[in-house]
Write a protein that binds this ligand. Structure first.
Ligand code: GLN
Length: 535
């Protein structure tokens, strides 16, 4: 087993996750089985309880683990299916150590960061190596070198290299080379200092990935190599890509990063075959058509809150040779201005998942606009609950319909909590999470899109479609096209006699991949193109 550890220096948000994932793409295309991990130094047990303002999207895995959005990059850039083993936080480490201490496992010893916390971190890497089949494990350490809370992780990976042998481990450091406009120069000092900081704790990087807005000329790379004790070819330029994050693996391939990694780890692997990948990237960058899709949400000003949805639209767009132009609309603006003003020129309306009642009435107005004006509509999780409420109020005539999440006293709680959720008090990890099977009704839109009658999708929600209203809905023309196998939970609803109106209780965006777009996203983009009269 070979190991690559990815650290970051100078500033956060450098795209360490993308660098790790892109290296994963290249190694996989060279026939290696790659597994990716993210270790996060914060004390939350998982990001599931964090606000999107703090943390962006929560990415959900098959086993229901609520994880960092970098795991989304990992799954999209490689074929690996990850599990809760692959996202470790300080919170989890300390939770385990403290449980062991209470059980008396440490036999009266003083419990310390070194060795008890660091051993726990190393154990996780060994556990991943044991339980997940792979040739190479790439582990990204969250945060920036120099952060106090990151130290135990860095110490653990330093020891790990010692334990398994330096020939099996690479340290890759992602750093920033800022351009100082007034001087007209790229500056290497922050990188030198960041590497010095790593060396102080016993880690000498083998490869530097230099993020820059400008070309990092040979001369600059030579200077970095000299001061950081590296070969010149181990100083890799990683410039901002022009159009799409999917260009990253190609940019790193141009710099021969994968050759260097294979050489350093003694891996004899053929060159990567990038044809299919390049073809995908070309379709992303040079599409023939454009369609305008509105995303009506609560966190639209945040880059990362709906990350997987935006990526899924890119994948589906590429399949249809189309650029999806996102129109990000704050649901509260629809409340104040009405739906028409914001939605009259769009080709599709998507309502993503969410929590809390802010903006819900604006989302309900958007769903109504889509239904009444035959605009393609796609509701996801909360988006399905919104579509249900809208249909109850305006088609079934059930005045005051709502979700008990937003109005506990609603006369028609068409979305409500199941009994087992009513007793739950803990907020963390207590929703309906992970992969569940859905049976599809034959002859429905969902069935047509998936081409199968049984599907598996990832979930993350607490509230459910209220089955007491099911008959009434169906009588009024709503089609329940997907249910749990025991038929007690509604998973997909759709409206026939509408070009495309489908809403799902799960999160299809977690299963879309570049060259394998999700069927519902694909159908939605296709319907939006038809709406735009482009096909
Ligand atoms: N707030 C809703 C629920 O808990 C929807 C959750 C979501 O969209 N992920 O059921």
């Amino acid at each position: 087993m070979k190991y690559i550890f990815v650290t970051g220096g100078v500033v956060s948000s450098l795209g360490k996750g993308l660098a790790a994932a892109s290296l994963g793409t290249l190694l996989e295309l060279r026939g290696q089985k790659v597994v990716l991990n993210k270790f996060d130094p914060y004390l939350n047990v998982d990001p599931g309880t964090m606000s999107p303002f703090q943390h962006g999207e929560v990415y959900v895995l098959d086993d229901g683990a609520e994880t960092d959005l970098d795991l989304g990059h990992y799954e999209r850039f490689t074929s690996c299916r990850l599990s809760k083993l692959n996202n470790l936080t300080s919170g989890q480490v300390y939770e385990t150590v403290l449980k062991k201490e209470r059980r008396g496992d440490y036999l009266g010893k003083t419990v310390q960061v070194i060795p008890h916390v660091t051993n726990e971190i190393k154990n996780r890497i060994h556990e991943v190596a044991r339980k997940m089949e792979g040739d190479i494990i790439i582990t990204e350490i969250g945060g920036t070198v120099g952060d106090i809370e990151g130290l135990p992780f860095l110490e653990a990976i330093r020891q790990f290299r010692h334990d398994v042998g330096p020939e099996n481990v690479i340290f890759m450091h992602v750093t920033l080379i800022p351009f100082i406009k007034a001087a007209g120069e790229l500056k290497t000092k922050p990188t030198q200092q960041s590497v010095a900081k790593l060396r102080e704790i016993g880690i000498a990087p083998d490869i530097l990935i230099c993020r820059a807005e400008h070309d990092v000329e040979l001369e600059v790379r030579e200077k970095i190599a000299m001061f950081c004790n590296l070969e010149r070819r181990a100083v890799i330029e990683f410039r901002d890509v022009d159009h799409s994050i999917y260009e990253c693996p190609l940019a790193l391939r141009n710099q021969r990063l994968d050759d260097l990694v294979c050489e350093k780890l003694g891996i004899d692997a053929p060159d990567p075959n990038l044809d299919a990948y390049r073809d995908f990237v070309n379709r992303v960058i040079h599409p023939t058509n454009t369609c305008r899709i509105a995303v009506v949400g609560k966190y639209i000003e945040l880059q990362d809150a709906y990350k997987s949805i935006y990526e899924s639209l890119t994948h589906a767009g590429a399949q249809h040779d189309t650029a999806v132009k996102l129109i990000r609309i704050d649901a509260e603006d629809i409340e104040s201005d009405g739906a028409e003003k914001h939605l009259k020129n769009v080709d599709g309306i998507l309502i993503p998942g969410g929590f809390g009642d802010r903006g819900t009435e604006g989302k309900i107005l958007s769903a109504q606009y889509a239904r009444e004006n035959s605009v393609p509509f796609f509701g996801i999780c909360l988006g399905m609950q919104i579509a249900t409420i809208e249909f109850a109020r305006n088609v079934c005539g059930l005045e005051g319909s709502n979700s008990t999440e937003f109005d506990p006293n609603s006369p028609h709680p068409v979305i409500c909590l199941l009994e087992e959720q009513q007793e739950v008090e803990d907020k963390g990890g207590s929703m309906r999470l992970g992969t569940w099977v859905t049976d599809l009704k034959e002859g429905t839109k969902a069935h047509q899109l998936y081409g199968e009658t049984t599907i598996s999708e990832r979930h993350r929600h607490r509230f459910e479609f209220n089955q007491n209203y099911r008959e009434q809905f169906e009588k009024n023309g709503l089609v329940i096209s997907g249910t749990s196998p025991d038929n007690t939970l509604t998973e997909i609803i759709e409206i026939p006699n509408h070009p495309f109106y489908i809403a799902v209780q799960f999160h299809p965006e977690f299963l879309s991949r570049p060259n394998a777009p999700h069927p519902v996203f694909s159908g939605f983009v296709e319907a939006s193109l038809k709406h735009a009269k482009l096909i």
